[in-house]
Design a protein around this ligand. Structure first.
Ligand code: ADP
Ligand code: MG
Length: 291
């Protein structure tokens, strides 16, 4: 998943083998969800001929179902079928040049959550258009953090935290504490007040362009795709979502980066589980001045 996972476990008994099992679970999900690894289950699904259903694992089906549900609720602001566009955008970021109009148009034709069909009865996934590609980068780390925390809890180590850079899953509090103290670093402005959260059985995800962005022709673009343009977001945004599960927090943080502030608030307010949205920064347009 292109990141480091870190586990923190409090216990009297040695936690080494439980930690090993939690890391193994993360590695298993990486092998399932990766769009870099040709051998992953996700890559196999993407190689399936258009219109041919493929039976998929419980993990892949579950993450796709949550993704499709959020895609529908956000009218595609969050959309794991943007794979052809995220791939094209990775090349653009590397080359520091915008894609050609032709390349952009053909990637856009192969994207769109309406072209991914899930059949819960058969647990199959069908890509309805040729050239489709799925990218779980906006949700997989949260899903893996939840799964690792579940594994630790099942093995008798519930006082644990799983962190994957911007995504945290938190279990029972550390001994003698009310909860896990999470400090959100201020973005850009070092004088801004820090937000401190004390949380149990919760998840925190931060999304935005603070770390990953590219400048092309004086414009700053994020690594998050704006489905309206097919290119990276140009508004500078950083949001944190606190939720019960890291899967939800991760996906909502990505979605809220794309949505306008009113739609983002409406989305989190309407969530079936309690969710808190913290907006650190949202600039209308980030135009850079040449040095
Ligand atoms: P990070 O990977 O920095 O933690 P996010 O959780 O916001 O940040 O995920 C960003 C990733 O999500 C991108 O690198 C890409 O793989 C994928 N992605 C980009 N745009 C979208 C989008 N509009 N909807 C869903 N996933 C997206
Ligand atoms: Mg995310």
């Amino acid at each position: 998943m292109g990141t480091l996972f870190r586990l923190v476990v409090y216990s009297q008994a040695p936690a080494d083998s439980a930690a090993r099992a939690a890391f193994d679970r993360i590695a298993e999900l990486d092998r399932t969800f990766s769009d870099y690894n040709e051998a992953s289950e996700l890559s196999r699904l993407c190689r399936q001929p258009a219109g041919a259903p493929l039976p998929v694992s419980a993990d892949l089906f579950a993450i796709l179902q949550i993704s499709q549900d959020l895609a529908a609720k956000t009218h595609g602001a969050f959309d794991v079928t943007l794979g052809p566009l995220t791939r094209l955008w990775r090349e653009s970021r590397r080359a520091r040049a915008l894609p050609t109009a032709d390349a952009l148009a053909s990637a856009r034709r192969a994207a769109g959550f309406a072209h991914l069909h899930l059949d819960p009865a058969r647990q199959t996934a069908t890509l309805l258009r040729p050239g489709m590609a799925l990218d779980l980068g906006g949700i997989a780390k949260g899903y893996a953090a939840d799964a690792a925390l579940n594994r630790l809890t099942q093995l008798g180590f519930p006082a644990a935290m799983v962190s994957a850079s911007g995504d945290l899953a938190l279990g029972d509090p550390p001994p003698g504490k009310r909860g896990w103290t999470i400090e959100l670093a201020p973005f850009g402005d070092a004088t801004a007040t820090r937000t401190t959260l004390v949380l149990v059985h919760a998840a925190v995800s931060t999304s935005g362009d603070a770390e990953q962005f590219v400048e092309i022709g004086g414009v700053r673009f994020s690594h998050i795709i704006d489905p309206a343009t097919g290119l990276g977001l140009t508004q500078s945004v950083a949001v944190t979502v606190v939720a019960r599960r890291a899967t939800v927090a991760d996906a909502l943080a990505t979605a809220c980066s794309v949505l306008d502030p009113v739609a983002a608030q409406r989305l989190t307010d309407a969530s079936p589980e309690p969710v808190r949205l913290i907006v650190h920064r949202r600039d209308p347009v980030a135009l850079l001045t040449s040095p």
